[in-house]
Design a binder for this molecule. Structure first.
Ligand SMILES: NC(=O)c1ccc[n+]([C@@H]2O[C@H](COP(=O)([O-])OP(=O)(O)OC[C@H]3O[C@@H](n4cnc5c(N)ncnc54)[C@H](OP(=O)(O)O)[C@@H]3O)[C@@H](O)[C@H]2O)c1
Length: 247
């Protein structure tokens, strides 16, 4: 199905993990896809090849989104080159897990700047473009941790909770202009982010998941593509794709 043909999509952190699958599934539906990454160019190159193999245009932009000028610059670059941006998926994110007694100001700032500051900056920059087009689909990747909290993740939980509140507010402000803004809240999903967690803790985590397994990145991506392609009357929502770990 090529129902996104002619659409331009931007996926932050699209070089691996969940973002890679979002980028590939958007391309398979016909959208031209720009991916962003911070440092691992070989991963980005691989994804670019995979996107191009579907017959659409692909672009990779190296930018550290923890700084707002870089995040704004990435949006400007796609708009300058391709003339429009229809779909923005804010997926880039990091963890710096420590209990509050050990958490440093740097741990706090790095996670808030990367996970939440980047969402503000890209949305702020893309808003005028989408207003002019009278069309936009913004999908922000939060986490069930932003709803439930999680031991050792005060910084991450605050960033992800902030994304949910930000998403609802922007949805209200943009709704009249045919711009929808939604969030996807994954549960524990098998990517390098989860691989950082020690094996014994991973076993404890999976025991908490009612479906008895971790999510796969392609399962998260399917919900994103649903909102982008078929979510015309859905805005201000968060869709939980979490195997029941938070209800
Ligand atoms: N995995 C989970 O269990 C889980 C659960 C809930 C929510 N999430 C959320 O889902 C999203 C994707 O997670 P993931 O597990 O796929 O992560 P991942 O495998 O660690 O991939 C992270 C991606 O973000 C990019 N990135 C990181 N920092 C960046 C920065 N400062 N500027 C630009 N790009 C940056 C990375 O690029 P480089 O490779 O170049 O560094 C990479 O493409 C995140 O927002 C995460 O919080 C994940």
């Amino acid at each position: 199905m090529q129902d996104l043909k002619g659409r331009v999509a931007v996926v932050t952190g699209g070089s691996r993990g969940i973002g890679r699958h979002i980028a590939l599934q958007l391309a398979q539906r016909g959208a031209d896809v720009a991916i962003n990454y911070r440092s691992r160019q070989s991963d980005a190159d691989e994804v670019i090849k995979e996107i191009e193999a579907t017959g659409v245009r692909a672009m990779a932009i190296k930018a550290d989104l923890s700084t707002m000028p870089a995040a704004r610059g990435m949006i400007k670059k796609v708009h300058e080159d391709w003339g429009r941006i229809d779909i923005l998926v804010n997926n880039a994110g990091i963890t710096r897990d420590k209990s509050m007694r050990k958490l440093t100001d740097d741990d706090w700032n790095e996670v808030l700047d990367t996970n939440l500051g980047s969402v503000y900056a890209t949305c702020s920059e893309v808003l005028n473009i989408m207003l002019e087009q009278k069309y936009g689909r913004i999908i922000n990747i939060t986490s069930f941790v932003g709803q439930a909290g999680n031991f050792g993740q005060a910084n991450y939980a605050a960033s992800k909770g902030g994304i949910i509140a930000f998403t609802k507010t922007l949805a209200l402000e943009a709704a009249k202009h045919n711009i929808t803004v939604n969030a996807i809240a994954p549960g524990f999903t098998e990517t390098e982010m989860l691989a950082q967690v020690p094996e014994n803790i991973r076993e404890q985590i999976v025991a908490r998941v009612p479906m008895g397994r971790f999510g796969q990145p392609e399962e998260i991506a399917r919900a994103v593509v649903f909102l982008a392609a078929e979510g015309d009357y859905i805005t201000g929502q968060q869709i939980n794709v979490n195997g029941g770990v938070y209800m």
